[in-house]
Design a protein. Structure first.
Length: 269
């Protein structure tokens, strides 16, 4: 419904959403398996079959977006380990690989994916949710943060250096469930009794993947980050955006995460 505009960039593909849950039948809003826990069983196999993904963590669950044209490869890759369902008329209907076998071609092996640099700003982030009926009470503050709090323009000259801070704000509204990621300083502008977080009130640190915009054709970026974190049993909150990928990890684990990712880069050279 959005009018065409020279100011709006649109990726040339349409995407489908995959949600991985422990028994395939959990209700909306449940806590799903998590990005690091599905690194080996879902994300890495898709990367090996050259499927590009966008990863989106929310307060309630995690989603993997795949291009619609890659669906046959996705089904064939995952059908051996997972029960796969599609939603039709609000009902979950089983899907088999035979349903999408027409035109399926086994991917050819290719070179190892590029290892992208990571940046770790000092900014501390909060992962929050808000009840939909209280959203009007913070609407003006959300608008102010979304449209009037500008980050400095991206500069390729500084892209290889760690940033002291980064302006990052994410708002997701999925099936009525709201997820917000904001830095700890921005959180202070909102009424504390309306924003809900975990009982521990933990803070998160970020690693941003990519020294320049990543594009949508490359695959394996999420796997390169998620697999070493999964092996170290470190949880992560992952957000792919139009230009970069972002992984948030618990603040107390940031030093270990940076070390793991640096080791990954050294071993890949």
């Amino acid at each position: 419904e959005l009018p065409p505009s020279e100011f709006m960039q649109v990726a040339d593909s349409t995407w489908l959403v995959l949600s991985v849950v422990s028994n395939g039948r959990e209700p909306p809003g449940c806590q799903a398996t998590g990005v690091t826990k599905i690194a080996r069983s879902v994300i890495a196999p898709l990367a090996e079959h050259h499927v590009s993904v966008l990863m989106l963590s929310t307060y309630q669950t995690d989603f993997i977006l795949v291009r619609e044209r890659d669906l046959p490869v996705v089904i064939h890759t995952l059908a051996g380990e997972f029960d796969i369902y599609k939603e039709e008329g609000g009902e979950c209907v089983p899907v088999t690989s035979e349903d999408v076998s027409n035109g399926f071609l086994k991917p050819k092996p290719s070179a190892s994916p590029m290892l992208h640099p990571v940046q770790s700003p000092q900014t501390r982030f909060c992962v929050l949710t808000v009840a939909p009926d209280t959203l009007p009470a913070i609407a003006t503050m959300l608008i102010d943060v979304l449209f009037y709090s500008h980050s400095p323009p991206w500069d390729a000259a500084t892209s290889s250096q760690d940033l002291d801070s980064i302006t990052f704000f994410s708002f997701s509204l999925i099936e009525g469930y709201i997820s917000i990621v904001m830095d700890a300083e921005t959180q202070k502008r909102f009424p504390s009794d309306l924003l809900l977080t975990s009982s521990t009130g933990e803070l998160w640190r970020m690693v941003r993947i990519g020294g320049q915009p990543l594009g949508f054709d490359e695959c394996g970026i999420v796997a390169q980050i998620a697999e070493p974190l999964a092996a170290a049993d470190i949880s992560a909150y992952y957000i792919s955006t139009f230009n970069f990928d972002h992984a948030l990890v618990p603040e107390e684990g940031i030093a270990e995460v940076i070390q793991l990712l640096q080791q990954r880069q050294e071993s890949g050279r």
